[in-house]
Structure formats: structure tokens, C-alpha cells
Design a protein around this ligand. Sequence first.
Ligand code: GTP
Ligand code: MG
Length: 197
Amino acid sequence: MIIKTVEFVKSAVKPSQYPEYDFPEFAFAGRSNVGKSSLINTLILRKDLVKTSSKPGCTQLINFFLVNETISFVDLPGYGYAKVSKKIRSQWQPMVNLYLENRKRLLGLVLLIDIRRDPEKEEFELMNWLETHGIPYLLVLTKSDKLSKTKQQKRLLSICSQVNREKNHVILFSTKTKTGRDTILGEIENLMGGDNE
Ligand code: GTP
Ligand code: MG
């Protein structure tokens, strides 16, 4: 997929605030600080269209972006970060759940896991939910540049066995080296059924 244009559409908390357009949509989900906003910036080749931070809890709203005037990308707030206030934390889960339950044109989700961490309860719950609802998802291991090539392969195999997936169904990614960018864009294109040109 060639990225031609990208625009920030809006931020939302609840369904009545979501954009009303009917474009095929892809959402990016994962633990806080895993690199969701950075991954979107890498996909769209912008350094900072999507705000990122070394401090977890940066993205607190659901942010909609329109790519090539035809595809919607959604940056979701991260889960699992204990240091934000209880109030904010208790709002996140319903915010993301409502989003997942209400978006009819959600064609797929990209689930990010830090390559150095094992998938936990939240990831397994999300994968179960997606499988139950028949929503395809890509598993992406982020920050692969933090490990040597040998360690990357070890972690890849370990995570694959934990989530019960073949090695070629989990994508290694890094914003630093851009590893995985083309694969993710290719998978998104596949999920669109190639009808985007
Ligand atoms: P929340 O919005 O808090 O949920 O976080 P997020 O998942 O959007 O993470 P974000 O993209 O803001 O990145 C968090 C931190 O990780 C930032 O300091 C990024 O620069 C860093 N980071 C993200 N991806 C990579 C990567 O592939 N490699 C390295 N080395 N650092 C990364
Ligand atoms: Mg973010």
C-alpha cells in the first residue's frame, strides 16, 4: 500500500463522537507504552502526526485518522498502566470496549505486544473477544531493535507458542529500523480485499 495522504480526523470518547464516515477501519491496540502511536507514525511515514511519549498513558482518547481518503486508522488508548489516576483507568476499558462493540466497519485490529514481555491476561482476553466476534487481527511484536537478532528469534518462538500461532503469523516490528512496516501494510491491504487502489 502506498501512503499518499493522511489527515487527523478527530478524537472521541464515546460512540456519538465517532466520525460518521463508512470507510474500512483498522484499530491499533495494546498495553500502554507498547508503541501504538509510534507504529502508526511509521506506517504513515510521519514523525509526529500521532503524539507519542516515553511516559505511558500518552493517548487517552480514541483518535481517528484518514489514510488515502479511504481507510480509517484508529489509535486506541493503551491498557494496563497502573500509574495514571484510577478515574482515568476506569474510563479506558469501557471506552475501548464500546469502540470495539460499536464499529461496524472494523475490518481488523493490530494487537501490539512488546517483544520483551509475555502476553498477559489483557492480551488473551482481547484475542478471545476478537475471535468470538470474527474480527481478524495481526499480532505485532514491537521494539524489536531493543534485542539482538538471536534474542528476537527466541522471543518470537516463545510468544508464538504462548499464543498458539505459527512463526510467520506474528510480525516483528521496530520504529527504528522500520522492520515489519511493509508486512503490516501488506496485511492491511489483504484484509481490505485489495479494493483500495
Ligand atoms: P500510550 O499512548 O501511552 O498507550 O502509548 P503508545 O503505545 O502509543 O506508545 P508510544 O508510541 O507513545 O511509544 C512509547 C515509547 O516507546 C516512546 O518513547 C517511543 O519512542 C518508544 N518506542 C515506540 N516504538 C519503539 C520501537 O520500535 N523501538 C524503540 N526503541 N522505541 C520505541
Ligand atoms: Mg499512544
